[in-house]
Design a protein. Structure first.
Length: 430
């Protein structure tokens, strides 16, 4: 069991409060630096992506070694690097990763993991899902996502679970059946990999806390549309569904809202962190993925309901608007005006000056430093970019410094990362 400090040290609270002051649209002493990263620390530490994904304690030490000296106000969490050991034990089909022992999911040992999209639910299965969402997920979706969990396709049906006679006659043979023995052994091994990862993450969080650094988020959820697009119907499937099955699609997305809120709030109550920021990566709502009319009908309603549920629990939603959202600024602005000082809008390729003018008095702006600048630019170019960003968005608080493409890109030059930090200390004081 990892010992926890009795309370965060003063330096930790100073940095956290600097960020929260900016989020409340007040001016702290300086513009905060809240950098995300995925493999950049492990690259700088000289370990392969396979090692980073299979050896979480080695990953944690790489993050500690490379991130703590940079003097950010919030450091990256480990959560962007997934534990490949779990995928291996379950023979997961939704990812390819470095070092996978399976031909269908194998990547070279130093290549970034990749998402494998598919129509894991067919268009003619909407009625089955809507009639019994949990049963459908157990018996259909989980076995399609993970090859070693095929046994769940035989999980007892609703009538056998509600009926006492049915449950005592169906549950014992399901859990004890010889064909399912391998499945439960795989789950046990996967749980071991999960706890190994959790131990490393807790160690990292506690060590960073002792050094005075909060992580930039410890909580995570997704937009219901993105969950459905990525893990259920696939991009082409959901785009077709907007025309052929619009009401079924909307009903399914609405089914995901309560559990999205409840699971995130439960996680917030279970971890020893005073950081209320919830990271919400948005993948399919950007300009070009759909029209504004479709965005308004299918994407935005359930996402805003989730964010409102998080705010009611005193959490701070931080949607990451990946890609460009220049055509969606009116929607973002209208929502921000209803929830002043309670949101962080993290941008990737959006006009920050225009965003500041549109809703900078209502929501905190974060990010937008290009990954290409970090990887191929010069320190002087970085200095100039950060200077302009601060001049455009600093006034009145509500600005957090971070990269556009998930923070510090894996290939970033260390001298450019340093130049970014130096520029904030040079130009970001209030």
């Amino acid at each position: 069991m990892i010992d926890q400090p009795p309370a965060p040290p003063a330096e930790f609270m100073e940095r956290l409060n600097r960020v929260l002051t900016a989020v409340k649209l007040k001016e702290p002493d300086r513009v905060p630096i809240t950098m995300m990263a995925i493999f950049y620390p492990s690259v700088q530490a000289g370990i392969t992506k396979k090692e980073a994904m299979y050896e979480p304690m080695k990953l944690a030490n790489a993050f500690l070694e490379k991130m703590a000296p940079l003097n950010f106000d919030m450091v990256p969490p480990l959560l962007g690097v997934f534990p490949a050991g779990i995928w291996e034990e379950l023979r997961t089909q939704t990812f390819k990763w470095p070092g996978s022992p399976y031909e269908e999911s194998e990547l070279p040992i130093d290549l970034h993991f990749q998402w494998v999209e598919g129509d894991y639910m067919k268009a003619d299965e909407y009625n089955e899902f809507l009639a019994d969402p949990t049963g459908f997920c157990l018996r259909k979706l989980v076995p399609r996502h993970h090859k070693k969990l095929m046994g769940f396709s035989q999980f007892p049906s609703l009538i056998n679970l509600t009926n006492s006679y049915g449950s005592f006659m169906s549950l014992p043979p399901f859990f004890a059946a010889p064909p399912n023995k391998e499945m439960f052994e795989a789950l046990q091994k996967a749980a071991g990999e999960f706890f190994k990862y959790q131990e490393a993450n807790q160690y990292y969080m506690m060590e960073m806390m002792k050094k005075g650094f909060p992580t930039c988020f410890d909580l995570f959820c997704q937009a219901p549309y993105d969950v459905w697009s990525e893990s259920v119907r696939g991009m082409s499937g959901i785009m077709t569904d907007m025309y052929r099955h619009p009401e079924d699609l909307k009903a399914s997305l609405e089914r995901l809202v309560p559990s999205s809120i409840e699971s995130t709030v439960a996680l917030a109550n279970s971890i020893p962190s005073p950081n209320p920021i919830v990271f919400i990566p948005l993948h399919r709502g950007a300009d070009g993925f759909m029209s504004n009319k479709q965005f308004e009908e299918f994407y935005w309603p359930t996402l805003t309901t989730v964010m409102e549920g998080l705010m009611k629990a005193d959490l701070i939603p931080c949607p990451f608007y990946e890609g460009g959202y220049n055509e969606r600024l009116d929607y973002l602005g209208e929502f921000a005006k209803q929830h002043k000082g309670k949101l962080i809008y993290w941008f990737d390729r959006t006009d920050m000056k225009k965003a500041k003018e549109n809703f900078g008095d209502y929501a905190t702006l974060r990010g937008n430093i290009p990954g290409s600048l970090m990887a191929t630019g010069t320190p002087q170019q970085m200095d100039e970019y950060v200077k302009t960003l601060i001049e455009d968005c600093k006034e009145g608080g509500g600005l957090l410094i971070d990269g556009g493409v998930s923070g510090i890109v894996d290939e970033a030059k260390p001298e450019n990362v340093k130049a970014m930090v130096d520029a904030v200390f040079k130009y970001g004081k209030y």
